[in-house]
Design a protein around this ligand. Structure first.
Ligand code: SME
Length: 149
């Protein structure tokens, strides 16, 4: 997985428009295309005390996730990446797509606060490695430096 290439592709896309709608839409498409064995890539945006579904690729998903609920709500509340090898063992996991078995969620900041999360799901158990965590956190840093909410 060439995360350096993905980061430069994302940076090029941001040159055309930094608004979060097209940038998140294309970022979700980039990841969905480039990553093997993923069934959902996308974003949830923090609005008040809950996360709201943003641009994504994959099956129809839950629209609202309360802060602290599920993998996404936990990552947003703790302001920390959640790498979950088996979602069925994660307390409060929200099953949007029953095919999902592992998941990684990375917080996205604006003005020093969590503004959104990047969520990637896989049907493979233990799909995401520490190398994926580092690569995807780098991808999110590139996004944070450019995105306009
Ligand atoms: N499984 C997530 C919900 C979002 S979907 O996977 C797209 C969670 O527990 O937060």
């Amino acid at each position: 997985m060439d995360y350096g290439l993905l980061c430069s592709q994302l940076a090029s896309l941001a040159e055309a428009d930094r608004w979060y709608v097209p940038l998140m839409a294309n970022a979700a498409a980039l990841l969905y295309d480039a990553m093997a064995d993923v069934n959902w890539t996308g974003f949830y945006l923090l609005r008040g005390e809950k996360l709201v579904l943003g641009p994504f690729q994959g099956k129809v998903a839950c629209i609202h996730i309360p802060l602290g609920r599920g993998v996404c709500g936990t990552a947003a509340q703790r302001d920390a990446t959640e790498l979950v090898p088996d979602v069925h063992t994660f307390p409060g996991h929200i099953a949007c797509d029953s095919a999902s078995n592992s998941e990684i969620v990375i917080p996205i900041h604006s003005g020093g606060r969590v503004a959104a999360v990047l969520d990637i799901d896989s049907s493979i158990l233990n799909r995401f490695s520490e190398a994926d965590r580092t690569g995807l956190e780098g991808f999110v840093r590139v996004l944070e430096e450019r995105i306009a909410f």
